[in-house]
Design a binder for this molecule. Structure first.
Ligand SMILES: [Zn+2]
Ligand SMILES: [Zn+2]
Ligand SMILES: [Zn+2]
Length: 361
């Protein structure tokens, strides 16, 4: 994720002394004149407008203000001596910063009704236009409401009941797996019939068309048509990337200004092309089957640009046990050679009547 700065806004603070709402950059209360104590948090204005004044933007970028260790007055980050008492600010404590104060409020805010006289006031008013009563700053929105600001644990909302339910589902699944696949019954079976299948795929060398990323196509391939396709997401912008950004939100810079930021990522698109190379592909398959104990491979007649693929063999035995038949399949030709008709075997049969293992008696 890349953090993109959209601009800066004024934050607000409420005087703990007289409850007056003050603009973030103000270091002294407009109502009672008290200096802003360092434990007062900056909060969002009801409606945030991006600042255009260069001097204010420079102050917002300067970093968190510091509080004088002698008189507590707030001073800019780069001040050496306190503007209130003249004390040395070398030991001054910086205001906390980087806290997400809420989603960027760029829409118009509803009017605020005066708690004293009920008059509707514009959201930006610090005191009632009618009676002069304080219109206290709004409390900060919790950062949990922001999708992009902070990862929210998804487990948090999951009730304990869900976990218990999940446990029982697991127990039931384990029981079903045991009942149908693991639990077996032992039977004695007699070989009633055998059959075998052997096949050989036939490959030919020819031009084959594939698709792939342009930079991964083999050098001897003939490249066909290409199209732009999404390949991966990265943090940094790139010329062939599409920018995808989350909801803008406001961060406390510690200077009375909020930085409006947006978390963005970049979806990179690349050339995805068809290409042709010479390759071996299956063009046919020859198969031979039988119902005796002497399996044979089918005959193969190949041209110069043809060859055999991976040979495949499969053997099936039908056992007769307790009045019914059971089928067993293997790819082992040595095991198959022992299934003399009439020979007796110990069969392990599961609940689905599938033979899971056998042993000669
Ligand atoms: Zn005050
Ligand atoms: Zn001071
Ligand atoms: Zn009023």
């Amino acid at each position: 994720m890349t953090k993109k700065t959209l601009g800066y806004v004024h934050l607000e603070w409420a005087c703990p002394n007289c409850q007056r709402k003050n603009l973030g950059p103000q270091k002294f209360c407009n109502g009672c004149g008290a200096p802003q104590p360092k434990d007062v948090e900056f909060v969002q204005a009801a409606q945030e407008e991006l600042i255009t004044d260069e001097a204010e933007i420079a102050r917002a970028k300067a970093g968190p203000d510091v509080h004088c260790p002698y008189c507590g007055a707030r001073n800019p980050a780069d001040a050496t001596f306190c503007g209130g008492c003249g004390g040395n600010l070398a030991e001054a404590e910086a205001r906390k910063s980087s806290r997400v104060v809420g989603a960027h409020r760029d829409g118009p805010a509803p009017e605020v009704s005066c708690p004293a006289c009920g008059t509707a006031n514009p959201a930006s008013a610090q005191v009632c236009l009618q009676c002069g009563a304080n219109l206290t700053a709004k409390p900060a929105e919790t950062p949990e409401h922001l999708p992009s600001a902070k990862p929210v644990s998804t487990l948090k909302g999951l009730p304990v009941l869900g976990l218990i339910g999940g446990f029982f589902v697991c127990v039931i699944l384990a029981f079903l797996v045991y009942f149908f696949f693991i639990r077996t019954e032992e039977l004695t079976g007699e070989v009633q019939a055998v059959s075998w299948t052997r096949s050989i795929p036939l490959l030919a060398l020819g031009s084959v068309e594939y698709e792939g990323w342009l930079d991964e196509i083999p050098s001897d391939a003939e490249v066909g048509s290409c199209r732009e396709e999404f390949r991966y997401t990265q943090d940094q912008p790139a010329p062939n990337a599409v920018e995808v950004c989350g909801t803008p939100y406001t961060v406390d810079t510690g200077s009375g200004f909020g930085e409006v930021v947006q978390d963005c990522e970049y979806q990179v698109y690349d050339d995805f092309c068809s290409y042709t190379v010479m390759d071996w592909t299956v063009f046919d398959e020859v198969t031979l089957t039988g119902s005796d104990l002497n399996p044979r491979w089918p005959d193969v007649n190949l041209l110069s640009n043809q060859r055999e693929g991976d040979r495949q063999e499969s053997y099936e035995v039908v056992f007769y046990a307790d009045g019914r038949t059971y089928e067993y399949t293997t790819t082992d030709d040595y095991e198959f050679s022992q299934f003399t008709p009439g020979s007796r075997w110990l069969l392990n049969v599961n609940s689905l009547s599938a033979v899971t293992s056998i042993k000669k008696k």
